[in-house]
Design a protein around this ligand. Structure first.
Ligand SMILES: [Zn+2]
Length: 251
């Protein structure tokens, strides 16, 4: 039996029981043991980790750990310049696309509102979700850390906040989405793209008051839902501005 010492930094401590946070943790194992196994046995998903130092050297998660080794584990946003060191994550996906798990339906709608291609299926099993996410190069969004501990997961994000609006802000920051956002270009219901449509073409489907007050309409390519800048639009615009950190416009 060998012993190594692990220390987790910054918000990675949130995954640990209170008594183990912000301190050296002794772990016992039979060598050779990959670093990934020790880290995840303590409850920290590999998708949340940016950098690991083994006795001061940056290594990947498959590095074997030996008796007496010291391991330091850093999250994505630890204020530490890791540029010259080895980053663990695969290169960021060029065009961020998402797969929200069953608990994150509202978040999925909000990401679509910002224009991000976001799948949401509440009856899919974990294995199928991971397979589909990888096939389509989607970032898995979940509050279930067990899902992110699946080895096949390459891009994932553990969504910590509970309220959907705070979840959106978290994902925008973590995945650096501000500049890639194209609000109001995608259907919140079904993820289809919106296109402008002539009022006359949708006339039959409009309520009388909508016919009177609005002239510009958009329609979903996929489910044919019609959108216009009605009373709900201002609330959604505020939500978009908040999520993207834009200053409030004076009234
Ligand atoms: Zn739609």
């Amino acid at each position: 039996m060998a012993e190594a010492t692990i220390r987790f930094y910054a918000e990675l401590n949130d995954f640990l029981p209170l008594a183990r946070r912000r301190q050296d943790i002794g772990v016992y194992f039979d060598p050779p043991c990959p670093l990934r196994h020790l880290v995840e046995s303590l409850g920290v998903p590999h998708t949340e980790i940016e950098l690991v130092l083994l006795n001061g050297n940056s290594v990947d998660l498959e590095a074997p750990v030996d008796d007496g080794d010291r391991i330091a584990v850093y999250p994505m946003f630890e204020a530490l310049d890791v540029t010259p060191l080895l980053r663990l994550r695969p290169a960021p996906l060029r065009e961020p696309r998402f797969f929200a798990d069953a608990q994150l339906g509202r978040l999925a709608g909000y990401l679509r509102l910002l224009g991000f291609d976001t799948l949401y299926q509440n009856r899919i099993g974990d294995a199928a979700l991971v397979e589909l996410a990888n096939a389509e190069r989607r970032i898995i969004l979940t509050r279930d850390r067990r899902l992110l501990m699946r080895r096949a997961v390459t891009h994932g994000c553990h969504v910590r906040p509970v309220k959907p609006i705070e979840q959106l802000a978290y994902v925008v920051e973590r995945c650096d989405l501000v500049r890639a956002a194209h609000p109001f270009t995608r259907c919140m219901d079904c993820n289809g793209l919106l296109h402008g449509v002539a009022k006359q073409a949708v006339w039959e489907q409009l309520e009388p008051a909508t016919r009177i007050h609005y002239d510009a309409f958009w329609q979903c390519d996929h489910c044919a839902r019609i959108y216009w800048k009605g009373s709900h639009y201002r609330a959604l615009q505020r939500l978009v501005d908040t999520a993207l950190g834009r200053a409030e416009q004076p009234a």
